[in-house]
Write a protein that binds this ligand. Structure first.
Ligand SMILES: Nc1ncnc2c1ncn2[C@@H]1O[C@H](COP(=O)(O)OP(=O)(O)OP(=O)(O)O)[C@@H](O)[C@H]1O
Ligand SMILES: [Mg+2]
Length: 365
């Protein structure tokens, strides 16, 4: 029997107050500055990814923690309106819901987050029935959720033991510590790692300076350097899909590299592009697409999400994502040709995530 959910997303959910674009500088001294735009939208990497996946047609459950306040009620309603199951959204009786203010300035943004319930979010917020009842488990905002992060190796191990695949988008580390001792054990149980380029470099550097690799960490800031960084991360276990903003994205499985060119858009707001990319990659893999195609569809989802302010307003549905991703894959640099994806039946396939042949993965959606 098919598990009740295609995807369980674990992590952060909060209101984002998006205001901007900011004039040149942010003025203090109790000055009031007017900006043309302000909206209250659903934020949090995990919440945006969950909504993106639901929009793409997956059956999605969310596990996380909010406060007993208006912000928490807003989060619950926003998730539910987008078709995400909120039965495992715990209400903390004491701590407030996290709140984020996003100040935009051109393509850039400053992000201020009051963590509220995030540090209190832990493994007890992830019901066993959901871990055992999803085809795939995705965790986001690793470094914002230290208690959950410490338990994630065990949660992912249990999910895999139940037949699910797993993925992780660490997002940024506000402390800049990129604690490899926290990260390395999780990667051993992670099928797909989904950092952006800067995060990939930071993660690789952290894993390297602990002596695990003996290499030079992040590598040069070129496309080849980024592929080398992804390869280094893939050496810790997962398939690595690296998001690179307007440059597109690449993936590495430790042996082969895949590149995808950006889908052309007039970006209005890049908030949540990475989370929408995650949703697209996971939806494609869970629908049985190979890595090359999943990367293209993910890049389309990321690009299309930038058409509106906030993380979820412009997320595409499946036909729109597939249509936007319809171009042939960009050629890989000489010597890096990934060749055809090994597909489900190839016994010599490298340690690829248990892709279409995974017992809980259905190809019929
Ligand atoms: N300006 C753009 N043009 C085309 N595609 C884009 C653009 N911005 C983002 N994308 C697509 O979306 C993907 C994810 O974007 P990005 O690299 O900004 O992720 P991120 O930094 O993780 O974002 P987030 O703020 O959600 O964490 C990119 O890899 C790319 O495919
Ligand atoms: Mg991101």
């Amino acid at each position: 029997m098919s598990p009740p959910f295609d995807l369980l997303v674990i992590g952060d959910a909060n209101p984002d107050v998006v205001v901007g674009p900011l004039p040149d500088t942010l003025a203090f001294g109790q000055r009031e500055q007017l900006v043309p735009y302000g909206r209250l939208v659903l934020g949090g990497s995990a919440a945006i990814a969950a909504c993106g996946a639901a929009r793409l047609g997956l059956r999605v459950a969310f596990a996380g923690r909010v406060g007993a306040d208006a912000a928490g009620a807003f989060v619950r309603q926003a998730l539910a309106e987008r078709g995400v199951d909120t039965g495992a959204l715990t209400v903390d009786p004491e701590l407030p819901t996290p709140l984020t203010t996003v100040l935009t300035r051109g393509a850039d943004r400053a992000i201020l987050t009051a963590p509220g319930t995030l540090p209190a979010t832990g493994p007890y917020d992830v019901p066993e029935r959901l871990l055992a009842g999803a085809r795939h488990v995705h965790a986001a905002s690793f470094f914002l959720l230290p208690r959950l992060a410490r338990a994630l190796p065990e949660l992912f191990r249990a999910a895999r033991a139940g037949g699910a695949t797993t993925s992780l988008d660490t997002n940024d580390d506000p402390d800049g510590r990129w604690d490899a001792r926290l990260l390395a054990p999780v990667l051993r149980h992670t099928d797909v790692l989904l950092p952006n380029a800067a995060e990939a470099r930071a993660l690789a550097a952290a894993l390297t300076t602990t002596g695990a690799d003996g290499g030079t960490g992040g590598g040069p800031r070129t496309e080849d350097g980024l592929a080398a960084t992804a390869a280094l991360l893939a050496g810790h276990g997962p398939l690595v899909a690296v998001k690179n903003g307007a440059e597109g994205a690449l993936a590495h499985d430790g042996t082969r590299t895949w590149h995808t060119a950006p889908v052309p858009v007039e970006p209005l707001d890049a908030v949540g592009a990475g989370d929408s990319f995650d949703a697209g990659f996971l939806a494609a893999v869970l629908r049985g697409e190979d890595t090359a195609r999943a990367l293209e569809i993910a890049a389309a989802c990321g690009a299309l999400s930038t058409r509106a302010h906030g993380g979820t307003a412009a997320q595409p549905d499946w036909p729109e994502a597939v249509g936007a991703a319809a171009r042939p894959p960009a050629p890989s640099p000489a010597g890096a040709d990934p060749g055809p994806d090994p597909g489900p039946g190839d016994p010599d396939a490298p340690h690829h995530p248990k892709q279409p042949h995974h017992p809980k993965q259905r190809n019929d959606r």
